[in-house]
Design a binder for this molecule. Structure first.
Ligand code: NAD
Length: 497
């Protein structure tokens, strides 16, 4: 990646596209209205973005349906779609420095993360799904000799994507890559806090050769544009990532409209379990810190509950604190920064109120606990560790979505499993042990979509990602399973004469 190191200077010269992208062209919202998007690190206005509403969503859906029925994309041979998607990935690669900068300015995440994680992972995700396009086979089922029974996959049609602000491009890619690979046409709505990178991406999709009407982006507020996507009668499927509260609304929208397929990726309260048998703490504390501090803790699979054997808790905590302190909080445009700004003032207030609640509930602050760098105008909070947390405290039950770790102790393996599973969520878990038997035994008992052992990881794009319980519904992102959710399965039963 060709990255100039003076990101501040580059940021000054950056011009943002802020309009919707519908039917192959950038257009203003029909209402003519805009909403503000703010740089979380400075609190200053970054741009005014087109406030798409129901009318804009409707035009986008009509364009998507037209393109779908015309077969300009859905009717292409899979190998042709693959070529276009690979070209799309190459174009994102070519523009990745610019996209990384947009992401950091709009989202507040460290530029190092945008450059080293969000962009390369987005590009590789797209390449992986593009490669799958001409490698997924249909089936012929067992049938009588005078019958040919085929099970064929078809694109579902018009796919809506309603997206979160923590990984604006990356999570969008989890959805758009398999949906495009399957031949669908899309209407995507970025989160209102972070619309700019996806709007920019639309031009690259078009340049790569994705036909007009197939790739539409309608920025807008949740209760207007988001709801319009949820309720639209000509959208066949909506894939949503965001809070459980809004996820539930999509189930209602579907029931109240056309029973469209709904896929939800919602939040988590993921455990990091450290068994008493571990000898080398150094790699564990690095992973535990990454688990809760990466992306400012604004990460659905953040390891926010450290469930540690009582015999090693104090030693582990002693080793954890300096590692937390080494994660520099500050200007996301500095290469040394590892924790950027919380997405917005309201969210910072929410994180601080959870810290206050933790104190009131009787948990002890072992590290951090305060807002910092307020003079910048940005929304920064210290990495924070709560010791003495009980699993029924609010800070152990609700998603804080900030760099706040709750430390909970256990007595034996059964206790650890009980605590890990004692949550409404089930997105991810990490387990640290030196015993392979313990690893397998405990991993089998954890009710979560991903269990990583001796590391903090979601795995790569080849494995499914999604939650048990209230962390997810209806499907999984990533892996080949992601293709299934943007596909209808048809049985074709042919009687031979
Ligand atoms: P959010 O639910 O507030 O917003 C998500 C999207 O829904 C946004 O595009 C928003 O505009 C839209 N929306 C909001 N209100 C709406 C409404 N009434 N009708 C229709 N759409 C509406 O979530 P967020 O604050 O952007 O993201 C944080 C949440 O996302 C956290 O809970 C986090 O755990 C979750 N998340 C989950 C995953 C995952 O894969 N499981 C990944 C990232 C984030």
């Amino acid at each position: 990646m060709n990255v100039h190191t003076d990101f501040h200077a580059q940021a000054q010269t950056l011009k943002f596209e802020t309009r919707a992208f519908i039917d192959g062209a950038y257009v203003a919202a029909q209402s003519g209205e805009n909403f503000e998007t703010v740089n979380p690190a400075t609190g200053k206005l970054l741009a005014n973005v087109a406030a798409g509403g129901a009318a804009d969503v409707d035009v986008a859906v009509k364009a998507a349906r037209r393109s779908f029925e015309a077969g300009t994309w859905s009717g292409l041979p899979p190998r042709e779609r693959k070529k276009v998607l690979l070209r799309f990935a190459d174009l994102i690669d070519k523009h990745s420095a610019e996209l990384a900068l947009i992401e950091t300015l709009d989202c507040g995440k460290p530029i190092n993360d945008s450059i080293n994680v969000d962009l390369p992972d987005s590009i590789e995700t797209l390449r992986w799904h593009a490669e799958a396009t001409d490698k997924i086979y249909d089936q012929v089922s067992p049938a009588p000799r005078d019958v040919v029974s085929m099970i064929v996959r078809e694109p579902i049609g018009v796919v809506g994507g309603v997206l979160p602000w923590n990984f604006p491009l990356f999570v969008a890619m989890w959805k758009l890559a398999p949906a495009l690979a399957g031949g669908n046409s899309l209407v995507l709505k970025p989160a209102e806090q972070t619309s700019l990178s996806l709007i920019r991406l639309a031009a690259l999709a078009s340049e790569a050769g994705i036909p007009d009407g197939v790739f539409n982006v309608v920025p807008g507020l949740g209760p207007t544009a988001g709801q319009a996507i949820g309720l639209h009668k000509d959208i066949d499927c909506v894939s949503f990532t965001g809070s459980g509260e809004v996820g539930r609304l999509f189930l209602k929208y579907s029931a109240d409209s056309n029973m469209k397929r709904i896929i939800l990726e919602c939040g988590g309260k993921s455990p990091a379990i450290v068994m008493g048998d571990v000898r080398n703490f150094a790699p564990i504390v690095e992973n535990v810190a990454t688990g809760i501090l990466f992306c400012q803790g604004e990460n659905c699979s953040a390891g926010s509950r450290l469930i540690v054997h009582e015999s090693i808790k104090d030693r582990l905590l002693d080793e954890l604190k300096p590692v937390f302190e080494s994660w520099t909080v500050g200007d996301p445009l500095e290469r040394t920064t590892r924790i950027g700004a919380m997405i917005e003032q309201e969210h910072l207030a929410k994180v601080l109120s959870y810290i206050e609640t933790g104190r009131k509930e009787g948990a002890r602050i072992a590290l951090g606990g305060s807002q910092i760098l307020a003079g910048t105008g940005g929304s920064f909070v210290e990495p924070t560790i709560f010791d003495g947390v009980s699993n029924n405290m609010k800070i152990a039950r609700e998603e804080i979505f900030g760099p706040v770790l709750s430390v909970i102790t256990f007595k034996d393996e059964a206790d650890a499993v009980r605590l890990a599973n004692d949550t409404n969520y089930g997105l991810a878990a990490s387990l640290y042990t030196d015993d392979l038997n313990t690893a397998h035994r405990v991993a089998k008992q954890i009710r979560a979509g991903t269990v990583s052992v001796n590391c903090y990881s979601e795995g790569d794009f080849a494995v499914p990602f999604g939650g048990y319980k209230e962390s997810g519904f209806g499907g999984k992102d990533k892996g080949l399973a992601a293709h299934d959710q943007y596909t209808e399965t048809k049985a074709v039963w042919i009687q031979l004469r």
